[in-house]
Design a protein around this ligand. Structure first.
Ligand code: PEP
Ligand code: MG
Length: 884
């Protein structure tokens, strides 16, 4: 087993083994770009280390060999007293986890080699600054000392020197700081800061391995659905110094704007600083244009390299670079994270530039990105009070109460408040708060700061670097330059597309993308990009996309959004409101005549509903489901009714109807209504109910034909578990159809099918398919019935604990449990089609609009997915992504 490889021998294809950072360092090395030499300890070594709780056999010897080779290449020994080689030790997993794991820089410095390094530079200040950074980073990440203790000691020293800037500290100050930091380590751990360079290296490597399992890394992986067992690689690389004085510096750059997708390079640069300073947003950076003024040669070389990288990767890249004494070095590149808006615009720009084709453009964006572009934005006309403008780091319009620490954010969000997390700058600890917040606002740091990168990854609205805000997290408030104070709990609004911060709640308006889907002409480059991608997706998908809609209005909107019919019209809402009285009459009727009268009264109302929907979807299939929920949902509450009756009794009032109602409520009361008298069982138990609905559907269709329309009704029977249930109902529907046709003297076309919502239905799908023209998977109930989870109760009760404990990474009601519930779907598809090759198959549970689930439905060969109107464009896109 080899555990270690040099940058020269890897490539970008080896992300599994070398992690993203290591694979890309290898790729840049192969491309001949200026990369400081080094080697990568593989993810396999990390997996072995974590599994056995220590270094795997042979790792130390391999590190010896590769370190020896590095020392020979550099002509220096690690930590040599006279002229030391120093290395950085950085994490790098297969999937980027920004700021989640550890990094230790300047490894190899000790009390002796710091003097050697000082002699190498004109300004010895730099050597001691590097040393204090090592002691600080090593102390907190490797030796577990609270990082605040170092930060406080640094602040304390600056206060004594009467300054706020690190750069004002001179060499003696830094020497003193090193001693203070070493003392802190001694006091906190009872151990000395290790002087042996190789010990520093080995312990730093282990700390990086261990950081795979920190709370924040685990949480991040769950959020991003990154598997737990991948482990991280560790990159050991010769240090180059951005803090060698004013002809040195560090920067982060993007080959295109990661926020808007605009063509043209974009980045931040900080003179006389190491990379961490840029990303942490501790000091405010300058733009690449300003960098061109400071160091034209390095700037020109950087642009050349960026263009090479973008052509090579055929995608937007982000880059970390350092300039050491006027010499440019590349420290990292990767395909860059971007906002949803940028993803769409970059994809079509690149297709237009010939870097990729449109199929690839469709693969480059996701349904969730499209969904976030459909969020509303702030109403441009509305009154607003601008407090400050920061950087537009991650778009969206967020309104919520200001909170100043992640714990409060989590607490308040749990009780249902919308919150905006306000920080000076965010650190990885803040992740918990960022996850639950509507938006994130910081007063420091650029578009490449931790807050910005993480927020973009999560699709969370973010404004960063709003310098006019003086954020005081200790007292839970910020003061805006000019006077206003915003305290914890005050409502603010932040616009992640403009960087603006407003007092109070600003009203929001629909997104331009939604307006386009609604049929409006919108002149906007983002809309154009989204339209082109979705149109290309439509030409390249196998799955049809229908919608779940219960009103003519929703149906019409969904059709504008591209729905190819209705996959589920739930008829139960048609029994609410004023019609509830009629349902009560039906339930309390004690003879045939009473029941018939109640049904007769319901019929015209139902027919009207169906006519509207069939008209909105003229020429397209409309699946109407016969009534499903338990009847007691339409009746008054048992306690309330009993109390009213008892009161009436004491007053001697006669309440005949209420008494009959109470009897009905008592008769129909169920301990487990979800497992009770609902769906097909109701249709069989209450004669005439399904027949009335079938008649309403067929009469509505006939009326549409008379009006010159092309209705395509499909009658769907819910909660079938046995083919005999379906047979019974089918016969009755056929009888109604014969009656209606005889009365009207014309044929009405329709189909009869069933939902597959019970495990028994899935397992006996072959029998059921002989009696059905179509199946529609009701994956909400199928999930409930397969797991035995009450869909109305369990999500609130314990799903967060289940997710925390890793039982599943996302609720199975949101994203299909492919291994369990999915197997029932697969079985039913196979058995159903084998018995009835013409069987038409779809899904109408919530999963029909979930990107991950759509890929599964494509794979098992369904004919369509059906989802809520707003998810229709998302499903169109994902159906193509699943297929391409
Ligand atoms: C389902 O169970 O997936 C379904 C679509 O029906 P409902 O959500 O109405 O129970
Ligand atoms: Mg159901």
């Amino acid at each position: 087993m080899t555990w270690v490889s040099d940058f020269e021998s890897g490539s970008k294809a080896q992300k599994d083994l070398l992690g993203g950072k290591g694979a890309n360092l290898a790729e840049m090395t192969r491309l001949g770009l200026p990369v400081p030499p080094g080697f990568t300890i593989s993810t396999r070594a990390c997996q072995a280390y974590l599994a056995q709780g220590g270094d795997p056999d042979g790792l130390a010897a391999e590190v010896d060999d590769h370190l020896g080779a590095l020392e020979r290449k550099m002509g220096r020994g690690l930590g040599d007293a006279d002229d030391p080689l120093l290395v950085s030790v950085r994490s790098g997993a297969k999937f980027s986890m920004p700021g989640m794991m550890e990094t230790v820089l300047n490894v190899g410095l000790n009390d002796a080699s710091v003097r050697g390094l000082a002699r190498r530079s004109e300004d010895p200040r730099f050597a001691y600054d590097s040393y204090r950074r090592l002691v600080q980073m090593f102390g907190s990440t490797v030796m577990g000392v609270d990082s605040d203790l170092f930060a406080e000691a640094l602040d304390d020293l600056k206060e004594r020197r009467g300054t706020q800037a690190d750069l004002d500290l001179d060499v003696d100050d830094l020497r003193e700081l090193v001693a203070t930091f070493q003392r802190i380590i001694r006091d906190e751990t009872g151990e000395e800061f290790p002087q042996a360079p190789r010990e520093q290296l080995d312990r730093a490597v282990r700390a990086v391995f261990d950081s795979w399992n920190t709370d924040r890394a685990v949480l991040y992986r769950r959020q991003e659905r990154i598997p737990e067992d991948l482990g991280t690689a560790v990159n050991v690389q010769a240090m180059v110094f951005g803090n060698f004085g004013m002809t040195s510096g560090s920067g982060v750059a993007f080959t295109r704007d990661p926020a808007t997708g605009d063509q043209g390079v974009y980045g931040d640069y900080l003179q006389n600083a190491q990379g961490e300073d840029v990303v942490a947003g501790i000091r405010n950076t300058v733009s690449l244009e300003d960098f061109a003024q400071v160091d034209p040669a390095s700037h020109a070389e950087l642009l050349e390299i960026m263009s090479t990288l973008e052509r090579h990767y055929r995608d937007m890249c982000d880059i970390e670079f350092t300039v050491e004494l006027g010499k440019l070095w590349m420290l990292q590149t990767r395909v860059g994270k971007r906002t949803p808006e940028a993803a769409f615009r970059i994809a079509v720009h690149m297709a237009d530039e010939g870097l990729i084709d449109m199929d690839e453009a469709v693969r480059r964006v996701t349904g969730s990105q499209l969904a976030s572009l459909m969020f509303p934005r702030f109403d441009a006309e509305a009154d607003r009070t601008l407090l400050a403008t920061g950087m537009a780091a991650s778009p969206g319009a967020a309104v919520g109460r200001a909170v100043f620490d992640w714990r409060t954010a989590v607490e308040w969000a749990e009780r249902g408040e919308d919150v905006i997390l306000v920080r000076k700058e965010t650190s990885p600890e803040d992740l918990h708060g960022m996850v639950v917040a509507r938006g994130i606002l910081t007063s420091r740091g650029g578009k490449t700061s931790h807050a910005a990168v993480v927020a973009r990854g999560m699709g969370r609205t973010c404004v960063c670097g709003a310098e006019a805000l003086d954020v005081d997290t200790k007292h839970g408030q910020f003061v805006v330059r000019g006077g206003t104070t915003v305290r914890e709990g005050d409502v603010i609004s932040i616009d992640g597309s403009t960087g603006e911060v407003f007092a109070g709640a600003v009203p929001v308006t629909p997104s331009a993308v939604v307006r386009y889907f609604e049929g409006e002409e919108v002149d906007d480059p983002l809309v154009e990009a989204a339209a082109r991608i979705v149109e290309h997706a439509d030409r390249n998908r196998r799955l049809d996309v229908r919608t779940n809609a219960d009103t003519g209005e929703d149906a019409a909107r969904a059709r504008r959004f591209g729905a190819q019919g209705i996959g589920l019209c739930r008829t139960e809402h048609m029994f609410l409101g004023e019609r509830r009285q009629l349902v009560e009459d039906l339930i309390v009727a004690d003879d045939e005549a009473g029941r018939a009268a109640a049904l007769e009264a319901l019929l015209p109302a139902q027919r009207g509903d169906f006519e509207e929907i069939l008209e909105a979807m003229d020429g397209l299939p409309v699946t109407i489901r016969l009534i499903d929920p338990p009847l007691h949902e339409f009746l008054p509450d048992i306690t309330e009714l009993s109390v009213n009756l008892a009161l009436a009794d004491t007053k001697g009032h006669r309440k005949k109807r209420e008494r009959k109602l109470l009897e009905a409520v008592q008769r129909l009361h169920e301990q487990n209504p979800m497992l009770g008298l609902r769906g097909v069982r109701l249709g069989i138990a209450i004669p005439g109910l399904f027949e009335m609905q079938a008649r309403a559907i067929l009469e509505a269709a006939a009326a549409r034909v008379r009006a010159g329309g092309d209705p395509r009704p499909e009658i769907m029977v819910p909660l079938v578990g046995s083919v005999r249930e379906l047979d019974l109902v089918r016969r009755r529907i056929e009888q109604v159809a014969a009656d209606v046709q005889a009365e009207l003297g014309r044929e009405v076309d329709f189909k009869v099918g069933t939902m597959i919502e019970l495990p028994r239905a899935a397992l006996t799908a072959d029998e059921i398919a002989r009696s059905a023209e179509f199946f529609s998977f009701g994956t909400n109930d199928l999930t409930q019935m397969t797991w035995g989870f009450s869909r109305d109760d369990v999500e609130a009760a314990f799903f967060s604990t289940y997710i925390e404990q890793g039982v599943f990474s996302v609720s199975p009601f949101e994203s299909l449990d492919v291994e369990g519930v999915g197997q029932l779907v697969r079985t039913a598809v196979e058995r159903g089609r084998a018995a009835n090759p013409d069987l038409h198959l779809g899904v109408c549970g919530e999963h029909g609009g979930d990107p991950h689930s759509i890929h599964f439905f494509d794979e098992v060969g369904l004919d369509y997915v059906s989802c809520s109107p707003f998810r229709v464009p998302v499903a169109r896109l994902e159906a193509a992504r699943a297929h391409l």
